[in-house]
Design a protein around this ligand. Structure first.
Ligand code: BES
Ligand code: ZN
Ligand code: ZN
Length: 483
């Protein structure tokens, strides 16, 4: 899909269809007046309205606000995708910021048009390939074209980064093994500016004493990979390290998941996939930071050599872990990856993981859980990423919850002694692997809720949503603006 802004009034632009957002509730819209064939006063509700004879699609827009733009653009795409429309035109609609208004409209179109259809024999042949904005604003004013163009560019980058992540998460576990993820990371590095990639295998993990990570992998026929991508522009201002949980499949291990819960666990690689998407976005946006992605890729399977409940693992950092449930495997992989990542001396350390069902129960399917020790950093991330439209809620640690991950036999247990507060106790477990000097630089993001959805919502199709990608890119972009 191409996007363009043309310095002409909307009526002078040729297209197959014109999209009109009905902004004004009183319908005093410049482009509505001459549609005499239709009585707008009869038009209620918020479904799109197609007037074929005038080649117009009317779509209600509640507010001139960024998230409304995304939702409306995706809705428009869905309304016309079955029609033979190649070129779509629309006027400019501005909220509080010109660049961001264009950016969110473009994001809405690109996110809304995403499809994972490689396993369908019959693929729909959608025709829409160009969206043309007129520089004429819906209220008759003129738009700043260079700001609009920057918004269009950034919108494409943001949405393509998220869609890239969706492709990884949607791919089936038979194909998408840790080795495949490593190959994808290498291809990504080749295609991007200022990005390098290093892949480490099980020999390296042994040498590094990453025994918690290795234990999770043991019963899998697929070898594990530690994937390290670096985006390094000239004279970077900060070093930011993302660590991703890359469980290409989570069967639960010997503490096997019930059948209904195992389904969708191909999406347990969502954290790692998001970290890769962030590297893609960061490089394309040319962010002024050195950004790392450290991904722990493995399966969690069963077999005669599987790690067991009752085992005690000596992690890379030396902290011993009592395994009480092999389905709490993500925190084991992350413990060793976080330990390794701290040697990169980050200014900010962020881990992303589909870590707990408890987070989904607590926050619902749409919201990311944010945890950490630094109040300021958590609220800063939440505030600076708010315009992305992704939902995030801070979950607070406390001293009593900290008691719950104690073990009789080891330094820490991989499951809490209470069934309540599971998202937070998982975060507290990870905190055991954060050294004093990084305690205030670390944020844990539990993306278990929004990473994968079985029913479409907003501009997300059923399947992967690319959760965390735009949230973190918006955060980084806002940080860069402060320099
Ligand atoms: N990958 C799951 C968490 C998950 C659940 C992600 C639902 C997405 C949707 C994780 O490895 C897991 O199984 N966690 C357990 C932890 C428990 C055994 C302490 C859980 O949440 O039940
Ligand atoms: Zn699990
Ligand atoms: Zn898992």
């Amino acid at each position: 899909m191409k996007f363009n802004i043309i310095n002409k009034p909307i009526d002078k632009i040729k297209a197959d269809l014109e999209l009109i957002f009905v902004v004004d509730k009183n319908l005093k819209h410049k482009f509505i007046k001459d549609d005499k064939s239709f009585k707008f006063s009869n038009y209620k509700g918020d479904s799109p309205l197609l007037l074929i004879e005038n080649a117009r699609l009317y779509l209600p827009l509640a507010k001139l606000e960024f998230e409304e733009f995304r939702l409306a653009a995706a809705k428009a795409y869905n309304a016309i995708k079955g029609l033979n429309v190649k070129k779509l035109k629309l006027a400019s609609y501005l909220g509080e910021c010109t660049k961001m208004s264009f950016q969110s409209l473009v994001e809405g179109f690109v996110l809304g048009a995403y499809e994972f259809n490689k396993y369908k024999e019959k693929k729909e042949a959608y025709t829409l390939d160009e969206i043309i904005f007129s520089s004429e604003e819906f209220n008759g004013k003129e738009v700043d074209i260079s700001k609009a163009q920057l918004g269009i560019k950034h919108g494409q980058i943001m949405a393509n980064a998220a869609n890239f992540t969706k492709d990884i998460v949607n791919e089936i576990p038979e194909i998408y093994t840790p080795v495949k993820m490593a190959e994808d990371a290498q291809i990504l590095a080749k295609n991007l500016k200022n990005v390098t990639c290093k892949i480490y295998d099980e020999k390296f993990l042994k040498k590094e004493n990453m025994n918690a990570f290795l234990a999770v992998n043991r019963a899998s026929v697929h070898p594990p990979r530690l994937i390290h991508l670096v985006y390094k522009p000239k004279s970077p201002k900060k070093k930011i390290v993302f660590v991703g949980k890359g469980l290409t499949y989570d069967s639960g291990g010997l503490s096997l998941k019930p059948a209904d819960y195992m389904l969708t666990m191909k999406a347990d690689k969502g954290g790692a996939a998001a970290a890769l998407g962030i590297i893609k976005g960061a490089s394309e946006l040319e962010l002024p930071f050195e950004i790392h992605a450290v991904c722990g890729a493995t399966e969690n399977m069963i077999g005669g050599n599987a790690y067991k409940p009752d085992d005690v693992l000596i992690s890379r950092s030396g902290v011993s872990i009592e395994v009480r449930n092999t389905d709490a495997e993500g925190r084991l992989v992350l413990a060793d990856c976080l330990s390794w990542a701290q040697e990169l001396k980050p200014d900010i350390l962020i881990d992303m993981a589909t870590l707990t069902g408890a987070c989904v129960v607590g926050l619902g399917e749409y919201t990311i859980g944010l945890m950490g020790n630094n109040e300021e950093l958590k609220s800063e991330l939440k505030a600076k990423s708010a315009k992305s439209g992704e939902f995030a809620s801070v979950l607070e640690f406390n001293r009593f919850l900290k008691e719950l991950v104690k073990s009789q036999i080891a330094d820490v247990s991989n499951t809490a002694s209470s069934r309540y507060g599971g998202a937070i106790t998982a975060g507290i477990f990870l905190d055991k692997f954060i050294k004093e000097e990084f305690k205030d630089k670390w944020i844990h993001q539990d993306i278990a809720g929004p990473a994968y959805t079985e029913k479409a919502w907003g501009y997300n199709q059923s399947g992967a949503t690319g959760a965390g990608v735009r949230m973190n890119l918006y955060y980084l972009n806002a940080l860069a603006k402060e320099l």
